[in-house]
Ligand binder design. Structure first.
Ligand code: ATP
Ligand code: MN
Length: 501
């Protein structure tokens, strides 16, 4: 009897465990989305990025070939298990939607077969592009085009690049290693940034390191006076990809030689005039701009190498216009004034009555951006951009993330105000956020792993452990906010929105 009741007890435990696992699986994968099976892509190749010149080993910084100095085995295991988690995450059905060829009208750039030569070879293409204007004709097959060009050709109505896109890795390598042939200041920005060019006509947006990684933004500084951080730009690209959005152009970290890669090659006279050597012999510059462009805020090499972020450039606006949208939840950018959303209780219903928020997925797309910003503590999303070609039915570009990751010890609840006030979220985002809260795919672990593949990781981790821990804490807050919405609003249909446009 005792044996039988123990067997029954064990079987019950087994069945309830199996039932629970099945339920969880249903919740995360099958609840709304079909279980699409497609052949798995090969695993990501190990990081192959390397120092282009092989000549930097800054003092106090680990050399490229040297193993980590602290607890090598533990560090390695943690990194390895993080990478496995990242692989498992990217293999999950929630990241592998059905892939159908992108119709011509949903592509940003046209890829036209070259009429003269297409009879001879079907692999000959001519791309209507800025290179054509510059007198460069691409007559090679698409996969022989430079990575920056392939990246631009891959931009669609729905995303900047596809999941497992074969071009992201070569593009990152180009940004991290190719020789910089020109560096000029980008006009119009409030803080110093440069446009760098490569010999294959690729371009990158450069933001220099202005703050140590673990330095917290001064609490008495208003959000609009905060510095931009190069590591925030890198980390935002990784976080956006981990969230499954793919709306931040690829960004890598790079050590740039201030003398040979900026000062000696720049044609920008205004920029060239701002170079000087500091009392300890570091080469510094400050450029011309409206915020922090002065000797006191100069950026300096150590003594010549400067950490920076390099973002892949989107097609020039003269070729593919972008529309800039003022955020309905924009902050007041004033020390004393409140914005409307801060005082009007029914603010969301006013927003949703007006285009473009009254139709399609614009409101839930906006919530995706709000969630990204809350996770990384970015209070500076005053505007966002879309590609004009796609009208109102398109994704929102998550550009300009330099003011994120300024504080890890505090979360900023006001960034979540739109989600709290509107209680709307994409179903796929809601499911992916739940996935990232499970120990198997923990957000901080997959982010640590993802960032460990950036070239600057060798100098120091792009995000400190405190920032990584803040991501998990903030994710919990987002999930709680949505759960409270579900309780308050009754039906899930009100809150959780299917993708359909
Ligand atoms: N990867 C990119 N490719 C092309 N253009 C970009 C890219 N990233 C940003 N930009 C453009 O550069 C402009 C300035 O960049 P950014 O917003 O980072 O500068 P900023 O000085 O912070 O400007 P603001 O003070 O208006 O926010 C952006 O409005 C955007 O249109
Ligand atoms: Mn900005």
């Amino acid at each position: 009897m005792r044996w039988r009741s123990r067997t029954i007890g064990l079987s019950l435990a087994f069945f309830s465990l199996a039932f629970f696992s099945f339920f969880l699986y249903l919740l995360l994968a099958l609840d709304s989305l079909p279980d699409y099976q497609r052949p798995r892509d090969p695993p990501l190749s190990p990081r192959t990025l390397s120092d282009p010149h092989g000549d930097y080993t800054p003092v106090g910084v680990r050399g490229l070939a040297e193993p980590p100095t602290q607890e090598p085995v533990t560090v390695f295991r943690a990194e390895e298990s993080g990478l496995l988690k990242l692989e498992a995450l990217f293999d999950h059905p929630l990241y592998n939607g059905p892939e159908s060829p992108i119709p011509e009208e949903d592509r940003l750039l046209k890829q036209k077969p070259n009429t003269k030569t297409s009879e001879k070879s079907s692999s000959t293409w001519s791309v209507a592009s800025q290179e054509a204007d510059k007198g460069v004709q691409w007559t090679s097959s698409v996969d022989r085009l430079p990575p920056w060009r392939r990246f631009q050709l891959g931009i669609s109505r729905w995303q900047l690049y596809s999941h497992r896109d074969p071009v992201t890795e070569p593009l990152a390598q180009q940004l991290a290693t190719h020789r910089i042939v020109s560096a000029v200041q980008k006009s119009g920005g409030t803080q110093l940034k440069l446009v760098m060019s490569f010999s294959n006509y690729g371009e990158a947006l450069f933001k220099p390191m202005k703050q140590e990684r673990d330095e917290e933004t001064n609490y008495n500084l208003y959000y609009f006076s905060d510095f931009e951080r190069h590591n925030a730009e890198v980390a935002a690209f990784h976080l956006d990809r981990v969230l499954g959005y793919r709306r931040v152009p690829p960004v890598v970290g790079r050590l740039v030689d201030v003398v040979s890669e900026i000062k000696d090659i720049t044609t920008d006279l205004k920029l060239a005039q701002t170079f000087f050597t500091s009392p300890v012999g570091s080469v510094c510059f400050y450029g011309k701009c409206s915020y922090y462009c002065s000797t006191e805020h100069a950026v300096c090499g150590r003594p010549r190498l400067l950490e920076a972020s390099l973002a892949a450039m989107l097609p020039d606006v003269s070729l593919e216009a972008r529309r800039s949208w003022r955020s309905p939840w924009r902050r007041s950018y004033s020390r004393s004034k409140l914005a409307r959303w801060e005082s009007e209780p029914d603010y969301c219903s006013k927003v949703t009555k007006k285009p473009p928020y009254n139709k399609g997925t614009r409101l839930v797309d906006f919530m995706d951006m709000v969630i990204l910003d809350f996770l990384m503590g970015n209070m500076d999303r005053h505007h966002y951009e879309t590609f004009e070609k796609f009208g109102n039915n398109t994704f929102l570009l998550h550009l300009d993330n330099g003011r994120a990751f300024g504080r890890h010890s505090r979360d900023e609840p006001s960034i979540l105000a739109p989600l709290l006030q509107c209680c709307r979220i994409h179903r796929s985002t809601w499911l992916r956020l739940q996935l990232l809260s499970l120990p198997r795919y923990r957000l901080s672990d997959v982010m640590r792993a993802s960032l460990s593949r950036d070239p600057l990781h060798i100098v120091a981790p792009l995000l400190s452990e405190l920032h990584l821990a803040a991501l998990d804490r903030r994710l919990k807050t987002v999930l709680e906010t949505v759960s409270r919405c579900l309780e308050r609003r009754g039906g899930a249909d009100e809150v959780i929105k299917n993708e359909v446009i």
